[in-house]
Ligand binder design. Structure first.
Ligand code: TXA
Ligand code: MG
Length: 337
């Protein structure tokens, strides 16, 4: 199968619509990362998504809808505080998990009685969702466990020959996936941190909890948190910012063993690595920059090096909770030093 990359236009949207309604899969841009889209009502198309990605079949999908879509078609209960969250943040990088009406394919939520719904703000995504006017399930458009894609080229690198069309909406400005927030209980619970932070949500509705995985015995509310994610195809070694000296020593040690090494760190640490003539990947100087660059740099790293030395950014609150969550998972094969 030929995989075409096309800018968003009336023609490409029509082509995308035809593919969706004949049970196929189309990659689409969003403001966070690219998604691999299929019709949520079409059981066969949803199945295809799991197969193409190699996704474990107990990890549920997010249904994407346009800003005017009538949510009552797919969700069973809409608590008043969820409406407040939608008014404050949507369209935007926040996914809300509601009690499901059970109308979409049962594969979407992998047997859970809830449904995750997202209204992306990317203009191209809105145009596509309006064109099809059905909920589109769209996991990040990367092979399962690989780094998420922030450009059409990243999607092509993972799925060339496997999907017919990638709608090219430019580079994603958000850079990390949406915040996933459960709204089935008394107060919102964040299942996956992202660009809409706990503090921002609490400011609108008064309270918000953050779910942390209890390693043994705890109930898993978001199966996605169990899996290795976002990993580049090179060895990654993560160092805390207090351990910069060890990171530099490790860089030198790996280089002496004739490995191709690079260092990924925030802008203010770059000069420490440049002093030893290191190859560096600059994560940036503020939260938004670090979120936007993270996946692009992890994908660049796997092309240019065998070993990636990562130094954690100093700031860890707000949006950085989401960035740190991805960074730690990308480096799960090795412990934080
Ligand atoms: O920004 C995003 O959310 C991107 C773009 C493409 O929209 N999509 C994305 O999808 O990140 P995916 O499939 O890579 O991640 C979906 C996350 C997983 O952690 C999954 O476990 C969780 O959402 N999830 C989906 N449905 C759920 C549900 N019913 N209950 C709890 N967690 C759910
Ligand atoms: Mg993903």
């Amino acid at each position: 199968m030929e995989t075409k990359i096309k800018p968003i236009s009336l023609d490409s949207l029509q082509e995308a619509k035809n593919i969706i309604f004949s049970g196929g899969v189309v990659a689409m841009p969003t403001e966070t990362v690219y998604g691999l889209g299929a019709n949520a009502f079409d059981d066969g198309a949803v199945k295809k998504i799991f197969e193409i990605k190699g996704r474990p079949n107990d990890n549920p999908l997010i249904a994407h809808v346009h800003e005017d879509y009538d949510l009552s078609k797919i969700i069973d209960y809409d608590p008043p505080y969820a409406k407040k969250l939608r008014e404050a943040f949507l369209p935007g990088p926040l996914t809300l998990v509601y009690p499901s009406k059970g109308r979409v394919s049962p594969r979407v939520s992998c047997g859970l009685d809830t449904l995750a719904v997202r209204i992306p703000s990317h203009e191209g995504a809105q145009a596509f969702l309006k064109e099809v006017n059905v909920p589109i399930v769209a996991p990040s458009a990367n092979l399962s466990r690989h780094v998420s894609p922030t450009s059409a080229r990243h999607v092509f690198d993972d799925f060339e020959g496997k999907i017919p069309l990638i709608l090219d909406g430019g580079e994603c400005v958000g850079g990390i996936e949406s915040t996933v927030c459960d709204v089935t209980g008394e107060i919102p619970v964040i299942l996956r941190p992202g660009l809409i932070t706990r503090e921002m949500i609490a400011e609108v509705v008064g309270d918000c909890e953050e779910y942390t995985l209890v390693p043994d015995g705890g109930k898993v509310r978001s199966p996605g948190v169990l899996y290795k994610h976002y990993a580049p195809r090179c060895k990654t070694l993560l160092f805390t910012c207090e351990n910069l000296e060890n990171a530099i020593l490790m860089y030198m040690r790996e280089s002496l063993e004739n490995k191709r090494v690079a260092a990924l760190c925030e802008e203010k640490r770059i000069s420490d690595f440049e002093k030893i003539g290191a190859k560096t990947l600059n994560l940036g100087k503020n939260q938004a920059e670090m979120a936007m660059r993270l996946y692009r740099l992890l994908r660049e790293a796997e092309k240019i090096c065998d070993v990636l030395i990562v130094v954690e950014p100093t700031e860890k609150e707000g949006v950085m909770r989401g960035v740190m969550n991805r960074l730690r998972k990308a480096c799960t094969s090795e412990d934080v030093k």
